[in-house]
Design a protein around this ligand. Sequence first.
Ligand code: GLA
Length: 371
Amino acid sequence: MRILSIALLAAIFAPVDGFTAEPKNIEKSSYGETPDGEEVDLYTLTNAKGMKVKIITYGGIITELWTPDRDGKLADVVLGHDNLKSYLDGHPYFGAIVGRVANRVARGKFTLDGKEYTLLQNNGPNALHGGKKGFDKVVWKATVGEGKKPSLTLKYESKDGEEGYPGKLDVQVVYTLNENQLSVNYSATTNKATPVNLTQHSYFNLAGHNAGEIRDHQLQIFASKYTPTDETLIPTGNIDSVKGTPYDFMEPQVIGKRFGDLKGEPVGYDTNYVLRESKNKEPQLAAKVVEPTSGRVMEVYTTEPGIQFYTGNFLNGKDKGKGGVVYKQYAGFCLEAQHFPDSVNQKGFPSVILKPGETYTQMTIYSFTTK
Ligand code: GLA
């Protein structure tokens, strides 16, 4: 009888998901509604070490990413907003999944299988980051995986002809928090040949999103070549050595040190680095960033052939972010693992064309340690 009542009490007071005393490592809450009445949710993934990432189903945006400094003190190291309205009002791709084709397509045109396609010219004469309503502005369907490594799977079906691209594209992005690493696993299939180039557009400031400029961060990019561009940031088609140029990050360099040697306006880096000639099966170390005051270190591993290094040159203080913080020029940097810009028009670059029957994959890992 006594045993029975203890069992009964245990059953009554047990959490609904079982007898586990472990805290939940993934939680869901409502983040509001889009003007079309689509519900947006916020997912919080945490690990035992206190690392925490918040992701919304609108744009697959990472809204917060908390990592410890050398003394174990947590800070939110990504730029972003603190409500859906601010994201809907427009922002420079803070934390978003970008596609169908990230980066620039020259003059918003490309030809595939003899047919010319026209995209919206939303960046001077060029098309940028998927168009008017790219993957950063759609609501993704979410499912969660719990267990030791919390993960969030986001799915989106991009219609045939959406933003001018051919074919229905089924896209999946899986965010996984694994110890000190956040991994982003992309896959996609199509029913017609189409260009696909997906990336994650987080702006990082390893001293904290509200800490001011990222100029003093130290950066290493494991690439001996880059793709020089014209003044509209379209590659010339050349693949040049970084040697003897301000683009050389083969050895660790202070990010802002050579700003004065860079050409183009606004001043700063907005450059694609050539990591390898084609996609790699396994992610490999592409870049390492050290923030000296906090001791935070971020490494980026990717399967992609390129990585766009961007220093927030276009930030101009008009973006009021989390907690009312004004994000000025150089408030964050991006390391966008992807294929090269304008690949769809550049014969010498690795192809971005996905065909029916094939599966697009890409995996990028952001790893956080301290020193
Ligand atoms: C990318 C581009 C930049 C800029 C930002 C968004 O990183 O390379 O030129 O367009 O996105 O502002």
